[in-house]
Design a protein around this ligand. Structure first.
Ligand code: C2E
Ligand code: MG
Ligand code: MG
Length: 768
């Protein structure tokens, strides 16, 4: 037969089947008869299978065959003689190919001179022999069809293997894709992955088209900047060659018409388009968000070699990844933005916006601004009104600061500012903010008290600087709240020192509280007429190994700030229950309950459980609360009502020292009012104070409240208190706080000798 050329399969629409220049199907002839080599090459000359010609390799023994295949693992077909140097040399080589060279793709066609040498079926199966022919069967036609079948199988195996490898890469890359938060980074990643996965060198553009239902902020910003209408495509990532395409619309892309038309067609027909060197891959996500990846390779062959099935898996995966970026960025937006005011959240400020601004500006002035007594606004006017105030205040901040400043709401009524303006300029701005009045529909205009802390920050001067600077500004704010409420203080290192000391105290206090190393003292409450002890107030004491005696006026507020007050108060309550159980004749002890403990859900169950454990009559323990306990408005009022219903005896401590109106306090279900020491100080010094006290006692008694005055230190004060109509008192004039043993001695002494109080501070062991 004359030379001819056959193309078995040629499907130009499937790019992977197009010939690659220089590629051939390798056919190895392994036979000890030279004539078989010649006959084979002659029979198969000028043949091409699926677009590629054949090339021949030759070996004349099993040994040689092994070396040949070792050298050419990409051999498509081996025509292998069974009998060579040994009777089973071919079978041995087949075994070596599969198991030693680990080649599972090369197709093995066994040839034998006589039918009698045919290998058994079991052997054919074991060595994965693909075909078996007797030599005389190998006419040109038969040989040709055997080779075609073998090459087709080989090609399928190779593409399965490639796909497997590709799928592995897709799976690996999707782990990265799904973690990618930003749309731009995700898209860049996809462009890179295309090159790695399909082993090509393409340049590309990632266009996101048709708006998603809820675009992530990042994308909305690009839309906004490009002033694009609905359904336009915007480039969100581009490789080196197309870098200046970023952010552009489709029509503005620096592409020739042919390339543009590929993208347009892909979008119009919602499918992948491969034309020449250009590919437009079409992506659509479950929420109807569409994108086109345009890639261009200088080598047409490379593009044509992309496996279509692998490509489709890749696209599906990338579509899901794209959708994912939307959700992740929406979640991040939610975490970075404060819902109430629309300003940045603390996380957004610290992790994102302020660091970017610092990077850009090199130095920033940072401030933390806090509305004084904001809780009173929400308490009296409600939560929704409080939110309106916060929004109005956020607007004041926005209007007062330069537009390139970052403003955040950190929590509750605390705001942060990062601005490039210098310290004096920010101080001026803060002062004007402190003087601003807000106009609100419901109440007209209100003026807020605003305190602020300030700190300067310079890029790279401090590790983790925004967080640290914010803490410092917060320290300065705390100091301002204590020393100069309504003003701004700038951070100095002394504040940090104090703060560190506080931290040290907190740690030691926590430890000693756990080890129950704190102890109790009791200040008697007396009848002002005969000095008899009618009860006592439990006052906690802390003596630390290294710190020595720490005053409760210092550590109680620290415990509150460190979230330890509930543990502290419950320690006191348990100790008092124990002491009351051991001293059944003592009438009553009052326990201070701090506002934070008061508002804990576990409070009432704990109190009841302790009473039950120690079998104490509820009348013997009263609870001293302050107006600070009412910070949670309705919730606190309910708690009080519940305690009242359960017949707990509530005393209102420090009456007159706070900001709430008397009317409001008197509505509370408390049986005893303890008048604060600040009233006592003025007693007997000025007539007006005496009269005021008299009026107050009259009014309170008229309302059925019992009244006790705290802090009496002098005889004059005692007389003035008596004159004002008071019956009960507490104060150093009578007793300083006593240890339980001294309290009981004093109590028993007074019980048996109803004399006027004789105060001898030195005669009892006291410590305050
Ligand atoms: P407080 O509840 O108003 O307690 C009265 C404070 O006034 C006590 O100070 C007491 O020693 C002091 N005091 C009593 N008589 C006089 C006097 O004639 N003159 C002067 N100058 N002071 C007098 P202390 O024990 O230092 O406690 C201070 C504050 O610490 C208490 O004020 C209370 O708010 C808190 N505190 C003390 N113990 C506890 C406790 O066990 N639990 C809680 N939550 N807070 C406590
Ligand atoms: Mg008290
Ligand atoms: Mg008090």
């Amino acid at each position: 037969m004359s030379a001819f050329k056959i193309n078995i399969i040629d499907t130009p629409s499937t790019p992977s089947c197009r010939p690659e220049t220089g590629k051939t199907w390798k056919i190895a002839v392994i036979d000890d008869e030279e004539s078989m080599h010649q006959a084979t090459t002659l029979a198969l000359r000028n043949i091409s299978v699926m677009g590629y010609p054949l090339s021949f390799l030759h070996a004349y023994s099993g040994e040689e065959g092994k070396a040949l295949l070792q050298q050419h693992p990409d051999t498509a077909v081996v025509l292998l003689d069974v009998v060579m140097e040994k009777e089973d040399a071919g079978l041995v080589l087949a075994n070596i190919i599969r198991n030693e060279l680990n080649n599972k793709t090369t197709q093995i066609v066994l040839r034998t001179g006589q039918p009698g040498y045919a290998p058994e079926e079991a052997i054919i199966e074991r060595f994965e022999i693909n075909d078996y022919k007797t030599k005389n069967e190998l006419t040109r036609n038969k040989l040709f069809s055997t080779i075609c079948t073998a090459i087709r199988s080989y090609k399928n195996l190779i593409s399965i293997e490639k796909s497997r490898d590709g799928l592995r890469k897709i799976i690996e890359s999707s782990a990265d894709q799904f973690q990618e938060r930003s749309l731009a980074r995700f898209s860049e990643g996809v462009l890179e992955q295309i090159n790695v996965l399909f082993d090509i060198h393409s340049e590309g553009i990632f266009c996101v088209s048709t708006r998603p239902m809820n675009p992530p902020k990042e994308l909305a910003k690009i839309y906004y900047q490009s002033k694009s209408e609905e359904n336009e495509s915007i480039v969100v990532a581009a490789s080196q060659k197309y870098l200046n395409a970023f952010g552009k619309k489709l029509e503005q892309l620096p592409l020739d018409d042919a390339s543009l038309s590929v993208i347009h067609q892909s979008l119009k027909e919602s499918r992948n388009i491969i034309r020449g060197n250009d590919v437009a891959l079409y992506l659509s996500t479950p929420s109807q968000w569409r994108a086109v990846i345009y890639i261009h390779s200088d080598k047409e062959d490379a593009i044509n070699n992309i496996d279509p099935e692998l490509l489709s898996v890749f696209i599906q995966n990338a579509s899901l990844g794209l959708e994912n970026t939307k959700y992740i960025s929406q979640l991040l937006d939610a975490a970075f933005v404060d819902e109430v005011t629309g300003l940045a959240s603390r996380l957004g400020f610290v992790d994102n916006y302020a660091p970017s601004l610092l990077e850009k500006e090199g130095a920033l002035t940072l401030s933390v601004v806090d509305i004084d007594d904001f809780h009173q606004i929400t308490e009296s006017l409600g939560f929704d009104f409080g939110s309106k105030v916060l929004r109005a205040f956020a607007n004041v901040l926005k209007q007062s600061l330069p537009s390139n400043s970052v403003i955040a709401r950190l929590h509750s009524d605390s705001f942060a500012i990062a601005t490039p303006i210098d310290e004096p300029a920010l101080l001026d701005t803060l002062q004007s903010i402190q003087e601003t009045t807000l106009s609100l529909q419901e109440v007209g205009s209100i003026r807020l008290g605003v305190s602020a802390g300030l700190h300067k920050i310079v890029l790279n001067e401090d590790d983790n600087c925004i967080e640290k600077a914010l803490c410092r500004a917060e320290m300065a704010l705390k100091q301002a709240k204590i020393q100069r409420r309504g003003e701004t203080l700038t951070f100095d290192s002394l504040m940090e020192k104090n703060c560190n000391e506080r931290l040290l105290i907190i740690n030691k206090l926590r430890q000693d509280l756990t080890d129950e190393k704190l102890y109790m003292m009791f200040q008697p409450k007396v009848c002002i007429h005969d000095g008899s002890i009618i009860g006592a107030e439990a006052l906690v004491r802390w003596h630390h190994q290294e710190l020595g005696h720490v005053s409760p006026a210092v550590f109680v507020p620290i415990a509150e700030a460190a979230g330890l007050s509930f543990e502290l108060d419950m320690f006191v309550f348990r100790s008092v229950c124990q002491i009351m159980a051991e001293n059944p004749e003592f009438p009553e002890i009052a326990v201070n309950i701090s506002p934070l403990s008061f508002n804990r859900r576990e409070l009432i169950p704990f109190l009841n459980q302790m009473l039950a454990t120690y079998q104490i009559d509820k009348k013997r323990i009263s609870l001293e609360i302050t107006e600070g306990c009412m910070v949670q408005g309705e919730g606190s009022r309910k708690k009080m009502a519940e305690l009242h219903t359960q017949q707990w005896c509530l005393h209102l401590d420090d009456f007159g020292s706070g900001y709430s109106s008397f009317g409001y306090l008197l509505e509370l279900p408390v049986s005893v009012i303890k008048i604060d020491r600040i009233f006592t100080w003025e007693l007997s010094k000025c007539e007006r104070a005496d009269r005021l006290l008299g009026g107050m006692v009259n009014m309170l008694s008229g309302m059925g409240k019992k009244v006790l005055i705290e802090g009496l230190e002098t005889e004059e004060q005692v007389n003035a208190a008596r004159e004002a109509g008071l019956d009960m008192a507490q104060g150093y004039y009578f007793y300083k706080p006593l240890l339980i043993g001294d309290l009981m001695s004093a109590f028993n002494e007074k019980k048996y000798h109803h004399t006027q109080p004789v105060i001898n501070h030195a005669s009892v062991s006291q410590s305050n």
